[in-house]
Design a binder for this molecule. Structure first.
Ligand SMILES: Nc1nc2c(ncn2[C@@H]2O[C@H](COP(=O)(O)OP(=O)(O)OP(=O)(O)O)[C@@H](O)[C@H]2O)c(=O)[nH]1
Ligand SMILES: [Mg+2]
Length: 328
């Protein structure tokens, strides 16, 4: 999903100016084409003014269409992004604002049909000009009526621009575990290249994305899946829920050496909680085996887990194999 490429949404005056400028420019061309033609002044004026109102109509409609087609359709959003939209924006207002642009298109069309007829039937220059002015005035008023909606769409665009660009058609694995256990080190060990950094609207920290052969996507979410849920504020809880739509599998990382600063029993408690919350298939890894003592390893010998050292690149190939099986 690409929220980054959305064009800026302008104020009503901007769209009106574009439309009027276009109409005036065309009118100049039409006028010079009519020069030398044997038509009376009123006929020429009619052709010019009809062309103007048609140009204004089309320009306004095109400009509204450009916004409508570039904006993500809420009905087609991936559930993860829909959740983001719902928790970072006023979903009702967003839908209403997009609806307002459709209303503009409809109104402008109606006005155009109406005034096109009126100008065609006009018998003198005064009424041609009067109707042209009336059409302009009413078209301006229609656009101005959606000022608040345009403002809202621009506000929404700025927020959406910060959404992470996550690939939604790929097996996605989240890496969870207490702070400092080695999640980011593992992401790098698994995916080689520098991970892509993306923003996540719920946290001030950036999330990291890594890929294996364009088939498996890993997400490292600092500050998100590393503390018990009950200690979360509302926004963070929503963030975890949003992630649930995306994450099909999880790697939960434990640090038996406890050099991360957390006791192993607390780490296990968090793991059980995350498993319960996310309800997804999980591979448990024991990291920093180069640091853990025999006694520390014994404490967790009952766990079905894969011992690794992300930093020393130990057990990574085996883990990769497990991941590939898990991803199928
Ligand atoms: N000795 C050793 N150190 C490791 C290992 N894996 C990670 N570390 C170190 O542990 C520290 C924390 O690693 P990170 O990968 O930043 O941990 P993290 O889980 O991403 O931490 P947060 O992003 O704060 O949640 C770093 O200093 C790493 O170099 C390992 O297998 N062995
Ligand atoms: Mg990290």
């Amino acid at each position: 999903m690409n929220f980054q490429g959305l064009a800026k949404i302008e104020k009503p005056d901007f769209y009106i100016d574009v439309a009027f400028r276009k109409a005036n420019k065309r009118a100049g061309n039409v006028r010079s084409k009519l020069q030398g033609k044997k038509l009376n002044r009123m006929k020429k004026s009619k052709i010019i003014e009809l062309d103007k109102i048609a140009t204004v109509k089309q320009s306004l409609i095109n400009q509204m269409d450009n916004i409508l087609t570039s904006y993500p359709q809420t009905a087609h959003l991936n559930p993860f992004y829909l959740e983001l939209v719902k928790s970072t924006l006023d979903y009702y207002m967003l839908k209403k604002s997009l609806g307002a642009l459709n209303w503009v298109k409809k109104q402008i069309n109606i006005l155009f049909r109406n005034y096109n007829e009126k100008i065609k039937k006009s018998k003198n220059l005064e009424s041609i000009n009067k109707y042209r002015n009336e059409f302009y005035g009413r078209a301006v008023s229609v656009i101005k009526q959606v000022k608040k909606n345009l403002e809202y769409l621009e506000h929404a665009r700025k927020i959406m621009k910060e959404y992470p660009s996550i690939k939604t058609g790929m097996t996605t694995i989240v890496i969870a575990g207490h702070p400092n256990v080695g999640k980011s080190t593992l992401l790098k060990a698994l995916t080689g290249a520098k991970p892509a950094i993306a923003t996540y609207p719920f946290t001030t920290k950036k999330i990291m994305l890594g890929y294996i052969e364009k088939k498996i996507q890993f997400i490292d979410t600092p500050g998100l899946l590393d503390r018990p849920i009950e200690k979360r504020n509302k926004i963070e809880k929503q963030a975890i829920l949003a992630l649930k739509h995306l994450a099909e599998k999880m790697i939960f990382m434990l640090d038996p050496s406890e050099t991360c600063g957390y006791l192993i029993q607390d780490q296990i408690k968090l793991m059980n909680e995350m498993k319960k919350t996310l309800k997804i298939k999980t591979i448990v890894v024991l990291n920093k085996i180069d640091l853990a003592s025999a006694e520390q390893m014994k404490k967790i010998s009952k766990l079905k887990a894969l011992p690794i050292s992300a930093e020393k690149n130990k057990g990574i190939d085996e883990l990769k194999k497990k991941i590939i099986v898990l991803a199928q």
